[in-house]
Design a protein around this ligand. Structure first.
Ligand SMILES: *[C@@H]1O[C@H](CO)[C@@H](O)[C@H](O)[C@H]1NC(C)=O
Ligand SMILES: *[C@@H]1O[C@H](CO)[C@@H](O)[C@H](O)[C@H]1NC(C)=O
Length: 411
């Protein structure tokens, strides 16, 4: 059902874009010539959120996908310890993000949010100090509503400045801001209130809008946050992953350094998919320039999970400074591709079906001029194809597997 709705929605959005709704992006007013540079310059000037963060997609860990509400300061500290001891922090996984359920049910007598006394007895400031002492960053969570989604703690609606100041005083580096128990006003009204509050609080805090894609945040999120969810919550199933990747792809043109589409956090390592399916999941998130936020119990990483989330070459695709989100360039055989810095390209061939497939990716579909020759590197095998590639790259794919190549033109 969800899949059907998603695909209908995607079709509708595509249609609207074709019909020119995409031109509803903020346009330059007055006599300024309508060049691309001016367009982005104007947007930058009007950007509420000049915090300098998110020049590449954020990487780290978040408590929700594995622990849900069952969290404590010990769990968060252990996650931080493991990010360092496993070597993951060196690969870029720096954010340690606490999700829902970290606070007392009601505000204190000063109207401030307070850490849950049973599960976070040392308080969030102490936790931030601990996490910072390991060279990592601490993230926290609230909602643009009266409660957070668990309803186990207050939301920040109407308390934005107080809460932003509290977060800044604790040393928070990242805020995930959910969309539950609202007053019925539009997210375009509620989310910028927190943007301004964060800017006033005087600490650079990465601002992650978790609006679920309801009001197409890709169209307005860049001025408000560093990333915006394009979808509802992910689940640890292959169908859920693919539905999110598809819905997120529709908005590829809106992602860029400082503002990313977010198809939700990773499920790799949570046990609901095969290794090959998790490889597809991680590959799609990498090429989509999605935040790479681990969602498993990092205290108990298997060798298999480490191989996936620790793949440096795939992480480098996600963190490429050009910051262009890959798109589907062929739907029938599922070829995704996108440009990288230094005139290189990434291509992902995915078999999402239960039958073997032998897809080809044409270099012209990927955006290369005819007659180009490329070196193709298999980023999961860590080896170059034996011969340079002309015209197209073909491969055999078992059911539910993918191949990911880095293409470097040589002539
Ligand atoms: C909650 O977490 C604690 C400690 O991390 C664990 O012992 C317990 O089994 C968890 N409970 C549930 C319901 O997952
Ligand atoms: C650790 O991971 C293994 C393999 O996925 C699993 O069987 C085991 O139950 C996990 N242990 C804990 C404490 O979660």
């Amino acid at each position: 059902m969800e899949r059907r709705v998603n695909s209908l929605l995607s079709k509708l959005i595509c249609l609207l874009m074709v019909m020119g709704v995409a031109s509803a992006r903020p346009t330059v007013v007055g006599k300024v010539p309508n060049t691309k540079a001016n367009y982005y310059g104007e947007r930058l000037r009007r950007n509420l959120l000049a915090n300098g963060l998110g020049s590449t997609p954020p990487m780290g860990w978040n408590s929700w996908n594995h622990f849900f509400c069952n969290i404590s300061e010990d769990v968060i500290k252990q996650a931080a310890d493991v990010l360092v001891s496993s070597g993951l922090s060196k690969l870029g996984y720096k954010y340690v993000n606490i999700d829902d359920c970290w606070a007392e049910q009601v505000r204190n007598s000063h109207g401030h949010l307070e850490a849950n006394k049973k599960t976070f007895p040392s308080g969030i400031k102490a936790l931030a100090d601990y996490v910072h002492s390991k060279g990592l960053k601490l993230g926290i969570y609230s909602s643009a509503g009266y409660y957070t989604c668990s309803k186990q703690m207050p939301g920040s609606l109407g308390h934005e400045e107080t809460d932003a100041r509290t977060f800044a005083s604790w040393g928070i580096d990242y805020l995930k801001y959910d969309n539950c128990y609202t007053d019925g006003s539009k997210p375009m009204e509620r989310y910028p209130v927190m943007t301004r509050a964060l800017m006033k609080a005087g600490r650079p805090i990465y601002y992650s809008l978790c609006e679920w894609g309801d009001m197409h945040p890709s169209l307005w999120g860049f001025q408000v946050g560093n990333s915006w969810r394009t979808t509802g919550d992910i689940q640890d199933t292959f169908d859920s992953v693919m539905a999110r990747a598809d819905a997120n792809e529709v908005y590829a043109d809106y992602a860029r350094p400082g503002g990313w589409n977010d198809p939700d956090m990773l499920e790799v390592g949570n046990g609901g998919m095969t290794k090959d399916e998790y490889i597809i999941h991680f590959s799609l998130w990498a090429i989509s320039k999605a935040p790479l936020l681990l969602g498993c119990d990092v205290r108990n990483l298997t060798k298999e999970t480490m191989e996936i989330i620790g793949n440096k070459e795939v992480i480098a695709i996600n963190q490429d400074p050009l910051g262009v989100q890959a798109k589907k360039v062929r739907e029938d055989v599922e070829v995704w591709a996108g440009p990288l810095s230094h005139y290189r390209f990434v291509v992902l061939l995915v078999n999402r079906n239960q039958w073997p497939a032998s897809p080809s990716a044409h270099l012209t579909d990927i955006g290369l001029p005819p007659k180009t020759t490329v070196i193709a590197r298999d980023l999961w095998k860590h080896e170059n194809l034996p011969k340079p590639v002309k015209e197209s790259i073909s491969t055999d794919l078992a059911p539910y597997t993918c191949k990911m190549y880095l293409l470097t033109p040589i002539s």
